[in-house]
Design a protein around this ligand. Sequence first.
Ligand code: ZN
Length: 147
Amino acid sequence: MTLNLTPIDIYFGVFDGQEYSFRLTEAEARAAVESSFRFREPDWSDPDNMYLGNHWAVDDDDRGWKIVKRSIPVLKYQGQFRGAQNEACHVSWQCPACDCWHDEDVEFDAEGPILGRCSWTRKHADGQAIWFLVFWTPGGGEDNLST
Ligand SMILES: [Zn+2]
């Protein structure tokens, strides 16, 4: 299957070379890192310590959080909005490579787009994750299946 992909810049929250979050803007990526439960001083007295630290790396050799920008090919996708005012709302989309459905909670009046990723790489022909830039009609419009 050939997907029509468009490269966009994606900002990753990275610690020690490991990616923990991804967002569409650098500011959102920083906010995602700082609101993560991992963004705390490690507790070495706890053998199950899950905290990585609350320090931003100043240069490349520095240990700490970094925001790394990468150009990633994404599939632009018209998602389906479900929900209503003052209810839980979400946008869903289907991976065309493996038919898996994904969804993301959104606010009723959120406009998007949002970034998504299908990581069922064993089901993808090239073994790679597929990235999505998901658009939808705010509030669902006529497509809102709950009305
Ligand atoms: Zn998939």
